[in-house]
Design a protein around this ligand. Structure first.
Ligand SMILES: Nc1nc2c(c(=O)[nH]1)N[C@H]1C(S)=C(S)[C@@H](COP(=O)(O)O)O[C@H]1N2
Ligand SMILES: [Mo]
Length: 240
């Protein structure tokens, strides 16, 4: 018996040490979450150059490498397949200035460039039975948007921000900008779009007190570019 107990203790202790050793690099990265400079990870940041445009990530993740990234489109569509960034950048370009408003209260403005759902839909060919898209991101973040929302004029699939390719922090190489919905409905670092016809809950609306719809409500805003001075907002897209 004692031998067996010893064995179990040793085995358990050894396994625990092994798992801790395996996790160590990740734990270290999390501990430095204010500083993802010069390493292969990105994560939540509010410091340094990001103090005027905070960075939210559900999980710390490896930077996406341009050579390996593709966008998978599958589910209820005629044409399940992968798209390269070049192919998506060849779609008709739209430039737009809009403010991203987080439900945690801050907001920040940017000029975005990308393409509209209508041109992407010609390639991806969602079936008439599809009424929404589940957007999967590289940090395991998920969001669901209805096709009705995606069709709105101000909604863009974006690959440029302020005349430069999206940074890893802001969602390289592709994100959604939905200016009249809270930031959590603006998924970034997108890797897959699944066309669906049922309602799916996104990461935040599943765990938080936040609505599935995510439309910006009347209330207050603390614009990071204006010293966070509190102002009233009326709901919907926040003025640039
Ligand atoms: N992949 C991914 N996209 C995401 C999030 C996330 O955690 N992971 N957070 C959302 C939230 S809550 C906000 S406010 C915005 C913030 O965008 P930013 O980090 O580019 O400022 O990203 C949204 N998109
Ligand atoms: Mo947010």
């Amino acid at each position: 018996m004692i031998n067996r107990r010893n064995f179990i203790q040793k085995w358990f202790g050894g396994t625990l040490a092994f798992i801790t050793a395996l996790l160590n690099p990740f734990l270290k990265v999390n501990a430095q979450s204010l500083d993802f400079i010069d390493n292969d990870y990105v994560g939540k940041t509010r410091a340094g150059k990001f103090k005027n445009f905070y960075i939210n990530f559900w999980k710390t993740m490896r930077r996406i490498h341009p050579e390996t990234w593709t966008l998978l489109s599958d589910g209820l569509c005629n044409n399940p397949r992968r798209f390269s960034l070049e192919e998506l950048k060849a779609l008709p370009e739209i430039t737009q200035k809009s403010r991203l408003k987080c439900v945690e209260c801050w907001s920040a403005p940017a000029e975005w460039k990308g393409f509209h759902y209508s041109s992407f839909a010609q390639l991806a060919q969602p079936l008439p039975s599809a009424n929404g898209a589940v957007v999967y991101c590289a940090d395991d973040y998920i969001e669901h948007l209805s096709i009705d929302t995606l069709q709105q004029e101000r909604v863009l699939f974006v690959y440029n921000m302020n005349q430069a390719p999206l940074s890893d922090e802001h969602g390289f190489p592709l994100r959604l900008i939905v200016p009249f919905k809270y930031g959590y409905k603006n998924p970034k670092s997108i890797i897959r779009i699944e066309w669906v016809n049922d309602v799916r809950y996104g990461t935040w609306s599943k765990i938080g007190p936040y609505s599935h719809d995510g439309t910006i409500l009347p209330g207050y805003d603390h614009p990071l570019d204006q010293n966070k001075i509190r102002r009233r907002i009326t709901g919907g897209e926040v003025p640039y």
